[in-house]
Design a protein around this ligand. Sequence first.
Ligand SMILES: C[S@@+](CC[C@H](N)C(=O)[O-])C[C@H]1O[C@@H](n2cnc3c(N)ncnc32)[C@H](O)[C@@H]1O
Length: 222
Amino acid sequence: MEQNQNSTRDFSLEYDSSSGKYDFIVNLFQMGRDRIHRTKALRFAGLKKGDTVLDLCCGSGLSFAAIQSIIGPTGKIIAVDANGKMLALAKTLAEKNKWSNMQFIQSDIEKLAFNEKIDFAFFALCWYDKTQNSAWLRKVSHLLDPETGILCFFDYKLPSNWLRYLVTPFIWVLVNWLGEAYGLEDLKWKPKEEIGSLLKDVNYTEYYFGVLFALSGKPKLS
Ligand SMILES: C[S@@+](CC[C@H](N)C(=O)[O-])C[C@H]1O[C@@H](n2cnc3c(N)ncnc32)[C@H](O)[C@@H]1O
């Protein structure tokens, strides 16, 4: 998405006030099918049993159940977020579900550092700004298994057909209610071109009336 603000904006700070209502609104927007939609994206990208997954900008942990249902107890999730309130919600969710195969890191993606090799990097609902996110992508690409590592993106867009006019008022209400870091204008983007151009072996699909997409690919390492 193209943001009007400059690329030094700290998007993580914008979830301090919305953390309490975040899960409710995300689910409302998807008519309760959020987990199903995430599972579809993960399967589309080729997530497998036993994989080690880096959940970038994990937020409150809405992707965890979908990831766990595929990787099982032999896999692992490394969940990263810069916002302490969102990460606290994610930890509580993991404790409630007794998921012991998880590690939590409070960090800006730009400053993320660890040695473990990752099979699958998941960016869900966190593509804010092409310049900033391209830097994240380069950073994360070096953490991936160089032979088999996969990057997967799951996010919103406006439908490209007439449905755009039908869903726009609904999306406007939700984005403003949540106080999201992006606006309606930002959703008029072309993720296949914008993200796809940064990766190789790209696969792309749209669903839920063309409002959600999943994109997967491998890093173009220079
Ligand atoms: C819209 S939420 C998405 C949360 C989750 N991935 C989901 O799909 O529900 C965006 C998350 O990105 C986090 N975030 C934004 N900028 C970040 C950064 N530079 N480093 C780490 N996390 C960041 C925010 O704190 C927030 O929790």
